[in-house]
Design a protein around this ligand. Sequence first.
Ligand SMILES: Cc1cc2nc3c(=O)[nH]c(=O)nc-3n(C[C@H](O)[C@H](O)[C@H](O)COP(=O)(O)OP(=O)(O)OC[C@H]3O[C@@H](n4cnc5c(N)ncnc54)[C@H](O)[C@@H]3O)c2cc1C
Length: 378
Amino acid sequence: MNAKLKCAVIGAGAAGAAAACAIARRGADVHLFEQFSLFHDRGSSHGPTRLFRTAYFEHPDYVPILQRAEKLWRDLETEYGGALYDKTGVLMAGAPDSELIAGVNKAAGDHGLDLETLSHDQLAARFPWFSLDEDMEILLEHDAGYVRADKAIAAFIRHAKKHGAQIHERKRISTWRKKSDKLLLEVNGERHVFDRLIIAPGAFASSLLGDIGAPVKPMRKTLFWTAPGDDRFHCTHGFLPFAIQQSDGRFYYGFPAVDDDGVKVGEHTGGTTVASPSDDPAEARKQDRKDVTAFLKRHAPGLPSEFSKEQSCLYEMSPDSHFIIDKHPADERVSFAIGLSGHGFKFAPAIGEALADLALNGEARPDFDFLKFSRFSG
Ligand SMILES: Cc1cc2nc3c(=O)[nH]c(=O)nc-3n(C[C@H](O)[C@H](O)[C@H](O)COP(=O)(O)OP(=O)(O)OC[C@H]3O[C@@H](n4cnc5c(N)ncnc54)[C@H](O)[C@@H]3O)c2cc1C
């Protein structure tokens, strides 16, 4: 029924690439537009790895979407023929009443998820490179791990193409508007008409969704790789991703080395809100470097303290740090995913499916109801 629908998708990050893949699979005539080259590093989706956690401290209502996402990652792996989600387990620690630990326990309790509690002695025996405060609770979630982010984007693009999608790199959509029964897009000065539009612009949302007051703010973050060369910290030696919330509330995370680079470390809290997504202030990087160094010294003194590499990335923050996934209030043929707020990658195939559902059927799965835009309209 939808075979002849012509659908434009704006943005080849995690959300847009997944949406193009999902909607092309269902037979639509898909055109994916990306303002930069594919796999660029100026948005939010570049880099090797992203955490996948199921006992979701951010809100227990994400859990059914995560369970759906896991299934869809596995389907994509089968089609792609390689690993995209490595379920290694994730080690988490913080005070029992911290946002992280209280939230993880709540989500696990609400949804009957398994968590292993480790004593400090067990931590010392199994993961001797950490040094945690005595009052920290230590949890190991086995139903967690990391997604291979750059490979995942490549898989979405490859499968979108396989199902007929056309990919347009270095094509920026400057505006879109209704034109009789079609949607008219301006692409690098040319006009093209479509039946459906999916907008997945990451931190660049204001130029495309500013009319509805899309409340998304870009925030700069810097990631650091510790000196490589110590095999104990490589994924092949069982080193686990970790997430630790300090007593001052600051929340840091890290990943095993997955290639010739070392352990990747970053701070989830903090960051610098910037006026434009192209701003990358040197001062912010300097501060991030100082903060991550202090974290390693305090809580992971067994990891190498020298950095071999750093990279900046953008969070696109919504006011409540929850995603906004919905139809456009002025035109139900237009749907969008914005405000993924620094935790959206793991959900990508489920978000792609929701965007395809909105575009083709007018409704996403009810699991997505709590993420509607209407929550900001009082
Ligand atoms: C440092 C860091 C660590 C993170 N860690 C995790 C984690 O551990 N787990 C997790 O799940 N998530 C994590 N995230 C968050 C996750 O990576 C993001 O939520 C996700 O990648 C956002 O994808 P997106 O498609 O919305 O945005 P983007 O990847 O930015 O994609 C949007 C794309 O749209 C394009 N675009 C915008 N406007 C236009 C236009 N007008 N015309 C054409 N193209 C346009 C942009 O160029 C861009 O390529 C992290 C993010 C960062 C930065």
